[in-house]
Design a protein around this ligand. Structure first.
Ligand SMILES: [Zn+2]
Length: 231
């Protein structure tokens, strides 16, 4: 990389990181990659849903540029006096699976990606609350495919909803969620009650081509929880 290119990238990384810091008091590698325009927010959603093998596969820059940007980001964060906070990224498609960032899977690189940098201006208590929130496992997500013509990789069947697995999409019964009932999101109170009573639940999402992102349609909950919430 020429010194001029490096300076240009450094400026872009700084701008993206500063913007995220102002907005949320915490900056992540994903904030920087999306902020400099290398990573589409929809690709991040797809990665969390298990449709992309690793985040780097969705970043539109080569590995040496990516690693340069990551190193510039870390230098910026240290110079700004931000506090590092190692954060687990769990997938939304299978229970407790750690999401992979890098093509290499190298532990040091993975650590850099999942380290959040938190503003020192926040009190110890607020920093801890932010870190705690980031540690909460995300809700499982079932996808309503736009194209109904798909095949479960386990049983060869199909269905209205699918869960992504490493080998491909699986139908709800094969993913162990076949007993859950679908509750559309429009009734917020009922949704909240049923979710609180249900030991297992999954969010149902669908890609909206007009809005260009995945949107939440409703919730899958245990039938007895739904009945109890309605009572
Ligand atoms: Zn199946």
């Amino acid at each position: 990389m020429t010194p001029k290119n490096r300076k240009a990238l450094s400026d872009r990384v700084t701008r993206a990181a500063e913007a995220a810091l102002v907005a949320r008091q915490v900056v992540t590698a994903i904030d920087v990659m999306t902020g400099i325009g290398w990573l589409d927010p929809v690709a991040v959603q797809r990665w969390r849903l298990g449709q992309v093998t690793c985040l780097e596969a969705a970043i539109i820059a080569n590995l040496s540029r990516i690693s340069e940007a990551m190193s510039l980001f870390r230098k910026w964060a240290v110079a700004r006096g931000l506090k590092p906070s190692e954060t687990a990224y769990a997938s939304r498609h299978v229970q407790s699976r750690v999401l992979r960032f890098s093509k290499s899977g190298h532990p040091g690189i993975e650590l850099h990606y999942r380290t959040h940098w938190i503003s020192p201006k926040l009190s110890e208590q607020k920093r801890e609350r932010l870190a705690e929130k980031a540690r909460e496992p995300p809700a499982l997500a079932a996808i309503m495919p736009l194209n109904g013509d798909w095949t479960c990789h386990r049983c060869g069947g199909t269905g209205g909803l699918q869960m992504m697995e490493t080998a491909g999409p699986a139908c709800l019964p094969c993913a162990g969620l076949g007993d859950l009932d679908y509750l559309p999101a429009d009734d917020k109170l009922l949704t909240r009650r049923a979710k609180a009573k249900s030991a297992r639940h999954a969010v149902v999402v669908r890609f909206s081509p007009s809005r260009g992102r995945y949107e939440r349609l409703g919730l899958l909950v245990a039938p007895e929880a739904l009945a109890a919430a309605r009572a």
